[in-house]
Design a protein around this ligand. Structure first.
Ligand code: GSH
Length: 210
């Protein structure tokens, strides 16, 4: 078994971020299904959500952590990959800023519409709330469109592919896959098309679910 284990469902978008990052880093990550309510899992993550990473490679006791974007940053740092997560403070701050925006603002915008239209949740069928969430989701994706138009390269932050492309790439794919009225965002379409050339996105992006 690999010394790097990712606990969580293969279809989970947050698990897939970590798996895609692993491919970019050339790491052999072993994924395992989990019961997030089990005591053993909650002992690893009191927030009872996947993914959890366990790293028991190297000397000393095993290390474990949760929060998908933090795990991606840990793995990039562990491998010394300053292309994915720069050392230079300002460059790094921008990568982290877009990652934080994805995990907070963007994710909050789509939750209701996604639960209604993709998961078909009976608790998320209020038409006014669906409409508001779709509008908010499109508004947030338009912010990303504007950033791609401003970028002086093919990626979110210019010429270099970073962790921001990983976490936002999966989010953008989810937006495109959802059966909602989409804003026309051609820069996002072109960027996703370009990302599909990467084996990590080809495997853990559209092929793995919405
Ligand atoms: N902020 C957390 C969110 C994790 C999250 O929402 N995980 C979902 C799956 S994508 C989960 O574990 N849900 C509970 C479940 O599916 O039982 C992270 O980024 O790791």
């Amino acid at each position: 078994m690999s010394g790097l284990r990712v606990l969580g469902r293969a279809a989970s978008i947050n698990v897939r971020k970590v798996l895609w990052t692993g491919v970019e880093l050339g790491l052999d990550l072993t994924r395992e299904d989990v019961d997030v309510q089990a005591d053993a899992f909650r002992a690893l993550n009191p927030n009872a959500m996947m993914p959890v990473l366990i790293d028991d490679e190297g000397a000393g006791s095993a290390f474990s952590m949760w929060e998908s974007n933090s795990i991606c940053r840990y793995l990039a740092r562990r491998e010394g990959r300053i292309d994915l997560l720069p050392d230079e403070p300002r460059q790094r701050a921008l990568v982290e800023m877009w990652m934080d925006w994805q995990g907070g603002e963007l994710n909050n915008s789509w939750r209701y519409a996604f639960m209604a239209t993709v998961r078909k949740s009976a608790q998320h069928q209020d038409a006014t709330l669906i409409e508001a969430s779709v509008a908010n989701w499109n508004r947030h994706m338009t912010m990303l469109e504007d950033q791609l138009l401003r970028s002086d390269g093919p990626f979110v932050l210019g010429e270099t592919f970073t962790l921001a492309d990983v976490v936002l790439g999966l989010s953008a794919h989810r937006w495109r896959a959802a059966p909602i009225a989409h804003a026309a965002l051609p820069a996002i379409d072109a960027w996703i098309h370009h990302l599909l050339e990467r084996p990590g996105f080809a495997t853990h992006g559209p092929a793995a679910g919405p």
